[in-house]
Design a protein around this ligand. Structure first.
Ligand SMILES: *Cc1c(COP(=O)(O)O)cnc(C)c1O
Length: 246
């Protein structure tokens, strides 16, 4: 069916209303989440993966500056298109050959999950004359599909880092993802485990106070994560709405 001139006028008049509605709901969602977080010691990272630049602009207009992406190329394109004072967080597993796309500007890499990746981030950071902040991603879920370090891998990586192996990265804390389950008990237990590990680690004087960030909690579980000591939450769908593709 072809649109008539009149239909087009009607559609043209509706689009700005839809835009305003979306903008209002993103601002409202952000306000609601900040209220639920309830204190200013927790950093809210708005996970904008798969959402377009326009939605990110709406969140930006509402004062949000920290945004999270899980694909290097998508982050690179959005960084180029959006305001320069946005702090970009890499929250997904990155292949070593993609680090170069984000090394010049990325604010924090949450997903340091191997020594090979540390080698590459260090190399690309040096090329950009930067020191890139990273979190060690710990494997805490019961699921085989999740990335992350186990305890032995973390200890090996930590000792190499503290011995000065990667001068162009700075490890400032830990990140973890709980199991994707409705069972709050399981999720709480996994967060508690990581919270405890973070507290012990950050008390180690060899870190000289830099071990300060615990990134855990998403749309469905961030209040539980905060209860267990998280001070950085990664929230996507609760801000931007249901993702239509992943
Ligand atoms: C997608 C994603 C999030 C956000 O998930 P929501 O359920 O949309 O809040 C958080 N952390 C990681 C690592 C993600 O990939």
């Amino acid at each position: 069916m072809e649109l008539q001139a009149n239909d087009k006028t009607v559609i043209a008049s509706i689009i700005p209303k839809i835009r305003t509605f979306v903008a209002m709901s993103i601002a409202k969602n952000l306000e609601e989440i900040r209220r639920k977080i309830g204190n200013d010691k927790v950093t809210l990272v708005a996970v904008s993966k798969t959402y377009d630049a326009e939605k990110i602009q709406e969140a930006y207009a509402a004062g949000q500056r920290e945004f999270g992406e899980n694909k290097a190329r998508e982050m690179q394109l959005k960084h180029a298109a959006l305001p320069a004072d946005i702090r970009w967080h890499m929250i997904g597993h990155i292949q070593t050959n993609k680090v170069k796309y984000i090394a010049p500007f990325v604010h924090l890499i949450h997903s340091l999950d191997s020594e090979r990746l540390a080698d590459e981030i260090n190399k690309q950071a040096a090329k950009s004359a930067r020191i890139i902040n990273c979190l060690a991603q710990m494997y805490i879920a019961q699921e085989e599909t999740k990335f992350g370090l186990d305890n032995a891998e973390w200890q090996a990586l930590r000792e190499n880092y503290l011995a000065g192996k990667w001068p162009n990265i700075r490890i400032i804390g830990l990140m973890g993802m709980a199991s994707n389950t409705e069972d709050r008990g399981v999720v709480s237990k996994e967060f508690a485990m990581l919270g405890e590990m973070f507290r012990k680690e950050s008390a180690d004087s060899r870190w000289e106070g830099q071990f300060s960030t615990l990134s855990m909690g998403m749309s469905g579980d961030f209040p539980l994560a905060i209860q267990e000591g998280s001070n950085m939450v990664r929230v996507g769908s609760a801000i931007f709405g249901q993702r239509s593709y992943d």
